[in-house]
Design a protein around this ligand. Structure first.
Ligand code: GUN
Length: 290
């Protein structure tokens, strides 16, 4: 069994990006600039945005956080998006989700200029991804592909079961794993909350991707010997062993599942660290495209 070390790979990619930024500076060009918009005071969103800001600074990007109160109207937020679309100093921006209930997330996402949509959530970017055209791929699926590729895990002709059909992870990953490329060329099954007997599918799978957010969902009887398990789950569960009183738990029952695997991503330290570097990569690409 080999652990897929997302922290190590993410650090390597941050160094690669840092070197590219040094190069950009040496040529007297403007460094990439990412803006994150956060609406309201959701604790998890605050943490994510703070991590994104820190990661930007570490690789030499310019980073701006725009904080808006959750009393903002949809029209006002759309105006802010429009301002960022037109702001020449901004290479890419994200609007952190979830948004307050009175604001339509899809309207906001559709208002973002696809060329600055470094989250890869705009229908134009999703459509281009489906057609295999150059686009911004959402950060978590992009991070998973990068891990598979850096560990040289074979995917062609393999069966890949994705559990979870979210717009951010499961759905795009299912498309990416089935396209004619590496990583890809897999036979993909997308399981979700209405799939009866998910174990029937996971037991036959060469590659299992878990993105459902149910800690310990995948047990050892649900995977075959030698399977590759990619665990996107990060649920905070109470813990006596940490100062915060919480720890992150993945969707796999790690201690029991890992011995059966050829490769497995730990939680934390697997997919998580890759997500932010994928966002940095998309931002670097956005800056280069301009
Ligand atoms: N909320 C949870 N994950 C994400 C993400 O990748 N991007 C944005 N904008 N919001 C999120």
């Amino acid at each position: 069994m080999q652990l897929i070390d997302g922290r190590h790979v993410a650090a390597e990619i941050r160094r690669e990006i840092y070197r590219e930024v040094e190069n950009i500076k040496a040529r007297g060009k403007k460094v990439p600039h990412l803006v994150a918009v956060i609406v309201g005071h959701d604790g998890a969103s605050e943490t994510y945005v703070a991590h994104k800001d820190k990661a930007c600074r570490e690789v030499g990007f310019e980073s701006t956080i725009i904080r808006l109160e959750d009393t903002i109207t949809e029209a006002e937020l759309l105006e802010e998006v429009d301002r960022l679309n037109r702001d020449g100093s901004v290479d890419g921006f994200i609007v952190q989700l979830p948004l307050p209930g009175h604001i339509s997330e899809s309207k906001v996402i559709e208002a973002i200029d696809p060329a600055k949509d470094v989250d890869g959530f705009h229908p134009v970017n999703i459509g281009r991804m489906v057609q295999g055209l150059p686009c911004f791929v959402p950060a978590t699926p992009a991070g998973i592909l990068e891990l598979i590729s850096r560990y040289k895990i074979p995917t062609e002709g393999r069966s890949c079961v994705v559990v979870g059909r979210s717009q951010i992870v499961g759905t795009p990953l299912s498309i990416l794993m089935s396209r004619k490329a590496y990583p890809g060329n897999a036979t993909v099954t997308l399981c979700h909350s209405r799939t009866p007997h998910i174990e029937k599918y996971t037991r036959e799978a060469d590659i299992v991707v878990l993105a459902l957010g149910k800690p310990g969902f995948l047990t050892e009887d649900m995977v075959k010997e030698g399977a590759v398990v990619i665990d996107v789950g990060t649920t905070r569960v109470p813990s006596k062993e940490t100062r915060s009183g919480f720890r992150l738990k993945g969707d796999a029952d790690f201690d029991r599942v890992a011995p059966k695997c050829s490769y497995i991503t730990p939680v934390p330290g697997g997919v998580g660290p890759m997500t932010i570097v994928s966002l940095l990569r998309n931002t670097l690409q956005a800056a280069k495209n301009r």
